[in-house]
Design a protein around this ligand. Structure first.
Ligand SMILES: [Mg+2]
Length: 223
């Protein structure tokens, strides 16, 4: 799908693809979390995105991109416990609120929207970059998206630009000492493990790249 302006159909397609990607990677997310956390990561993400997929597939799903994202956030919060329900919930809700009642969005609002999601995650998780959290994938993705949007590119060229920096951010979590979340209790034993939170962010941004894309980016596993 290519689209210079993203409407509710494109956002719905992204959320559907995100659910599929997270489901396909559920076992891997679980094993990443089992190494430095409590092993519920794959199940929680899959449960949340499965519920979001049901919302998207419901015939009367919200008719604006902002409403769809905000409702997806509320769905996540209702369906998923632990830290991930509130964190993914606030990310999706803030993104939706930022879009307001626009019917379509071009690249600059898409970038601002993801930045609003990042700010929500930072606020609720009190996490800074290099704390080995989902912020380590989200922040470089937002930076890349904002730069591409400022260069005047259309949405279908800008959206995929977030995917590769997110994956680079994931790889950079491996040597880090966790400072937030359950992994922080492990101290130095959290080193040499890839961060599960950052990994699931990168999967969702990979889904965006795979859904709305003028030119597919080269991602890890594609080379
Ligand atoms: Mg966990």
């Amino acid at each position: 799908m290519t689209a210079e302006q993203l409407g509710v159909a494109e956002i719905a397609a992204w959320l559907r693809e995100a659910a599929a990607v997270v489901r396909a990677q559920q076992a891997r997310l679980t094993s990443l979390d089992a190494a430095i956390g409590d092993g519920d990561h794959g199940l929680n993400r899959a449960r949340g995105f499965d519920a979001v997929e049901r919302l998207v597939n419901f015939p009367d799903h919200p008719v604006t991109p902002g409403d769809l994202l905000a409702q997806a956030g509320r769905t996540f919060q209702q369906r998923v416990g632990g830290a991930s329900g509130p964190i993914w919930g606030i990310a999706l809700r803030r993104a939706g609120q930022d879009l307001g009642d626009r019917q379509t969005l071009e690249a600059p609002p898409l970038a601002r929207d993801l930045d609003a999601a990042r700010a929500g995650v930072v606020e609720i998780g009190a996490a800074a970059p290099r704390d080995k959290t989902m912020v380590d994938a989200l922040a470089p993705a937002v930076d890349a998206l904002q730069k591409a949007a400022a260069d005047g590119l259309p949405s279908d060229a800008v959206a995929p630009s977030a995917a590769r920096p997110a994956e680079d951010g994931v790889r950079a979590t491996t040597p880090l000492l966790a400072r937030r979340g359950r992994a922080a209790f492990l101290g130095e034993r959290s080193i040499s493990h890839q961060g599960p939170g950052a990994t699931s962010v990168a999967l969702v941004l990979r889904a965006l790249a795979g859904t709305i894309c003028a030119a597919p980016p080269r991602l890890y596993g594609d080379e």
